[in-house]
Design a protein. Structure first.
Length: 492
């Protein structure tokens, strides 16, 4: 009886008209195993078996009247649903092996507001993807080639510059900063090469091999640039059956970012977000770089504003190309907490400061080793500052803040007793006082209360992009960002 009921249920699920079946085959007609098949834009997918067969249970849930099939290394294919047809055959085409280094990169930026005429080949990516273009233009990636601070340390004509210490090599910085002009001097980058980390470069990455043989940037990825007259775009979606899109799972993985956000030079850790992330609880929880830095606005429902084959999608499936950074207040707000409490203790004021790295997926602060964070603590009464009698003071590298009450957090590299030293001159990691993901830093300060009136205690947390002395030498700015401020008033 129970068996009969089960059979009946199975029959109902598979009722004719509801179920779709089919086979995914390659160019030669052989069945393809492991292909992802879905009703386009629906939430779930099935995977083909050794016979290339698939069964899609509920045809009525198809948001679009299309089935798509995808396999890494192949162009995504699709079939339009026809009434009365319940079995489909979908043919996948393999992407030709190899990378054509003569491929001219496509620009992100359209010349005017004209709608594009064709979908193929060389139209600027931003002509159709207008929202994404605007987000990317706000991001550090769009400025990687032209960033004045990068160029100041690359070139410089000063003692700290890369070119000073390595006059003959020019391309190692460019592997990450000017990947579309790699091998050239970044100062000479023009046209699409000056777009830094651009759309076309990022979407020609088929796989990533971070950390292999000290390779970084575009030397740590498999680029698949198509031969003349063809176009292939790699991406995170498996249901874009326009004939030139390829599904690559690496787009949703942190290792994709690691190609450029992880670097050791001669054993010295320079860029380290990826390894710090790997050791954090975020890696175990499957929260990737993309989850935080490409978190979508929750409003956009299309990935392209124009172009054939464009459909509406759930906002939660789309991401932002702003690559949120420490200049995005909403990224920092929930990630970093500054707490200040203060009390009067006899003839002194005692201040307790805590910095919690609640929600960055790596050490705080992240980025290049010259990036650092300061918490500056102050106390005054009757309009004049109180003297610190106990508690830490800011180190020498804090420049104008040196000696003031507070704590400094930095990864310091050195070379034969000189600390800090720029990454390209360093031979050792000397110290790392940054706050690991999930950790807290606590410090206590005592000020002499030798003045009448209410006491005001303050704490300011700031991130600076380079050391003040280096900014002066290189002729650039420290790029200070105030992360949080706290004040406590003690009436007397
Ligand atoms: C630093 C590399 C990088 C750059 C630069 C970049 N992308 Fe992406 N793009 C990605 C990654 C990674 C994803 C997947 C995001 C995810 O899974 O959350 C993605 C996703 C997409 C998607 C799929 C839709 C979505 O919301 O996920 C489109 C379309 C896209 N990018 C177009 C562009 C265009 C157009 C540009 C230039 C204006 C661009 N990308 C620049 C890495 C990049
Ligand atoms: C003529 C308009 C047009 C141009 C130009 C264009 N795209 Fe697209 N792109 C689209 C449309 C439409 C889609 C599919 C949207 C959908 O599925 O809703 C798309 C999809 C994508 C995807 C998703 C692929 C996947 O499987 O995840 C990526 C990535 C992408 N485009 C990147 C680019 C890049 C990089 C360029 C420039 C080299 C570019 N596009 C140029 C219209 C365009
Ligand atoms: C091809 C190399 C490359 C890839 C791939 C890449 N990045 Fe970057 N990224 C850079 C470079 C170079 C910079 C620094 C640009 C500058 O400030 O001059 C940067 C800057 C950033 C910043 C801003 C840092 C700051 O100082 O404000 C964030 C955030 C970021 N990337 C996140 C990501 C994420 C997330 C991914 C993966 C989806 C990724 N990047 C992939 C090269 C890359
Ligand atoms: C749980 C969310 C989260 C995850 C996961 C995460 N980050 Fe971050 N990231 C942040 C926050 C918040 C900041 C801002 C604080 C700071 O600058 O250190 C930040 C800062 C950065 C910065 C410096 C930005 C700046 O303006 O100084 C870079 C570069 C960066 N992250 C890259 C990565 C990479 C690469 C990964 C993956 C390996 C990653 N992040 C994973 C939240 C995250
Ligand atoms: C492995 C890839 C990679 C290489 C190689 C690389 N960088 Fe970077 N660089 C990055 C990333 C990622 C960032 C973004 C994190 C940050 O802003 O600190 C960055 C940021 C910077 C910054 C800070 C920019 C700012 O506005 O705060 C400077 C300066 C810089 N790089 C200089 C150099 C120089 C000089 C070289 C060559 C010796 C070099 N980089 C080589 C990936 C790289």
């Amino acid at each position: 009886m129970r068996r009969l009921a089960l059979l009946l249920v199975a029959f109902l699920i598979a009722a004719p008209g509801e179920t779709l079946t089919g086979t995914v085959v390659d160019e030669t007609g052989r069945p393809v195993e492991g292909a992802r098949v879905r009703l386009r834009a629906s939430e779930t997918f099935v995977v083909t078996g050794a016979d290339g067969r698939f069964v899609l249970a509920d045809r009525t849930s198809a948001p679009e009247r299309e089935i798509t099939a995808a396999l890494p290394g192949h162009i995504i294919a699709g079939a339009t649903l026809k009434s009365g047809v319940f079995d489909y055959r979908i043919q996948l085409t393999a992407i030709p092996p190899g990378d054509d280094a003569t491929y001219p990169w496509v620009t992100a930026i359209p010349e005017d507001d004209q709608a594009p005429h064709t979908d193929f080949g060389r139209e600027p990516c931003g002509a159709c993807h207008r929202r994404i273009l605007a987000e990317w233009q706000e991001s550090a990636h769009a400025r990687a080639a032209t960033n004045a601070r990068f160029l100041a340390f690359f070139d410089g004509r000063h003692s700290l510059s890369f070119k000073r210490s390595n006059p003959v090599t020019s391309d190692s910085c460019g592997n990450c900063h000017t990947p579309m002009a790699a091998g050239e001097d970044p100062r000479q980058a023009t046209g699409v090469g000056a777009e830094g980390v651009g759309c076309d470069l990022c979407h020609k990455i088929a796989a990533a091999r971070p950390g292999e043989a000290d390779r970084t940037g575009i030397r740590a990825v498999d680029l698949r640039r198509p031969p003349f007259g063809r176009q292939t775009v790699f991406g995170p979606f498996d249901d874009v059956p326009r004939g030139r899109d390829a599904f690559a799972p690496v787009y949703s993985e942190s290792r994709y970012c690691a190609s450029c956000h992880q670097q050791r030079v001669g054993g010295v850790s320079v860029y380290s977000e990826f390894e710090e992330w790997q050791a954090s609880r975020f890696a175990a929880a499957g929260i990737t770089c993309q989850s935080c830095h490409m978190r979508g606005d929750g409003k956009a429902t299309t990935m392209s504003d124009l172009g054939p084959g464009r459909i509406e999608r759930a906002a939660s499936t789309l991401s932002s190309h702003r690559f949120h950074d420490s200049r995005s207040a909403d990224l920092l707000e929930t990630a970093v907490a500054l707490t200040l409490s203060a009390r009067i203790d006899g003839d002194a004021v005692v201040a307790d400061v805590e910095i919690a790295n609640l929600g960055t997926g790596h050490h705080l602060p992240a980025g290049s080793p010259m990036r650092h964070m300061l918490v500056l603590v102050s106390a005054d009464a009757d309009g004049a500052p109180l003297t610190r009698i106990d508690g830490p003071a800011l180190p020498e590298w804090a420049g104008d803040m040196h000696g003031k009450p507070g704590r400094g957090f930095a990864k310091l590299l050195g070379d034969r007793g000189v600390v800090p030293t720029p990454a390209w001159q360093a031979t050792a990691l000397v110290s790392d006082t940054r706050v690991p993901a999930g950790d807290r830093d606590r410090s206590q300060y005592r000020f002499r209360l030798d003045r009448p009136g209410a006491a005001r205690i303050g704490a300011v947390l700031m991130i600076r992009r380079t050391f003040p002395a280096w900014a002066t030498t290189a002729g650039t700015d420290v790029g200070e960002i105030v992360v949080a401020r706290r004040t406590v008033l003690l009436a007397r």
